[in-house]
Design a protein around this ligand. Structure first.
Ligand code: IPM
Ligand code: MG
Length: 369
């Protein structure tokens, strides 16, 4: 019996995780997979009503689960950043989910790029450091700014002082990489490529401009490449954005720092057929991982039944793989590809079905076997 946590969150998060849970129920009906799910009322409604982002004990409760299934977070009534930093980013770092796995593959017939060869890129986005440290603020003439952050590997305090003779206000956002952070990211990336029988990893950065952090990252990746006897390619992020359009089939395992990974994987989601198809796993290889669609909460369409549930259903597939149930994961993959191939999809993909009908269709295919 697997113990899951369910966090529908905001907006269409509820619609699409309902669909995902329906699919999971279908899987458990015809396989030996069994689960219970505890619902966590985390999101904007509770925050607006009580001011609570995460209650005491919630992180510990989540840590004790086998996996977490997450919908979406974000609400126009709340200042941008509050929910994102206070919930999603906090969970990723508190639960030390240091890899964000986002596969980008040709999904026919929705893939907008007409290429002769299919592509299958595995983006491994570093998920706890870089410009996502939450270390930002403002400092003016003669002033001090104290910044702090906590990760499993360290508690960090940095003080900045601005000389009194500089008459200007500044805003800063620190992008930091720790040696341990990069080492485990590199280690995971090379192992991931090895497990797929690949002989190389591509590392994306902007080492020609942000030489401090990305030069450091290159050094560590080079060392790891030697240890693993693997090839390592470097790509600047701007060139990578272009290459994803011009020759996506050349890439396999792509390691990318947090902020650039955020951007490239939205591009990736469109590249494979649309944001409604992109799933992701926030992975802690030694602990509990959290699975979610890449898309946001889209509050304008919440509850209307037009949200595409496929990204969230594919997040269930990733969760099953992570839980050591590859056969059950395959049932979901097969059912989704059947429904995509037959155009049983929502209007964003040119279909006529609503969210619930797509979920019914996928669940029925699974039950049919
Ligand atoms: C994502 C999202 C988040 C991120 C936001 C909601 C904080 O865009 O998962 O890609 O930037 O990581
Ligand atoms: Mg994003």
């Amino acid at each position: 019996m697997k113990h899951l946590a369910l966090i529908p969150g905001d907006g269409i998060g509820k619609d699409v995780t309902d669909a995902g849970m329906q699919v999971l129920d279908a899987v458990s009906e015809i396989s030996s997979f069994n689960y219970d799910a505890e619902l966590f009322d985390i999101g904007s409604e509770r925050y607006l009503a009580s001011g609570t982002l995460l209650e005491a004990g919630e992180i510990e409760a989540l840590r004790s689960k086998d996996a977490i299934y997450f919908g979406a977070i974000g609400d126009p009534r709340v200042r941008p950043g509050v929910l994102e930093q206070g919930v999603l980013l906090r969970l990723r770092s508190a639960l030390d989910q240091y890899i964000n796995f986002r596969p980008v593959t040709s999904i026919h017939p929705y893939v907008p790029l007409k290429r002769e060869t299919d592509f299958d890129i595995h983006f491994l986005r570093e998920n706890t450091e870089d410009f996502y440290m939450g270390m930002g603020g403002r400092v003016s003439s003669g002033g001090d700014l104290e910044l702090s952050a906590s990760r499993r590997m360290y508690d960090l305090k940095i003080s900045l002082h601005l000389d009194a003779d500089v008459e200007e206000d500044f805003a800063v956002e620190l992008g930091l990489l720790s040696r341990k952070g990069v080492e485990r990211f590199a280690e995971y990336s090379f192992r991931h490529a090895e497990s797929l029988g690949q002989d190389r990893v591509t590392l994306v950065d902007k080492a020609n401009v942000c030489t401090g952090i990305y030069g450091f990252q290159r050094e560590i990746f080079k060392q790891k490449a030697k240890e693993h006897d693997m090839e390592l390619d470097f790509m600047f992020v701007d060139a990578m954005a272009m290459a994803m359009i011009t020759r996506p089939e050349r890439y396999g395992t792509v390691a990318v720092p947090n902020l650039f990974g955020d951007i490239l994987t939205d591009l990736g989601a469109q590249l494979q057929g649309g944001l409604g198809l992109g799933a992701s796993g926030n992975i802690n290889p030694e602990g509990v991982s959290m699975f979610e669609p890449i898309h946001g909460s889209a509050p304008d369409i919440a509850g209307k039944g037009i949200a595409n549930p496929i990204a969230a259903v594919m997040a269930v597939k990733m969760m099953l793989d992570n839980l050591g149930c590859p056969e059950e994961a395959e049932m979901v993959r097969k059912a989704v590809s059947g429904c995509l191939a037959e155009g049983k999809v929502t209007p964003d993909l040119g279909g006529k079905l609503n969210t619930w009908q797509v979920a019914d269709d996928i669940a029925a295919r699974i039950l049919k076997g």
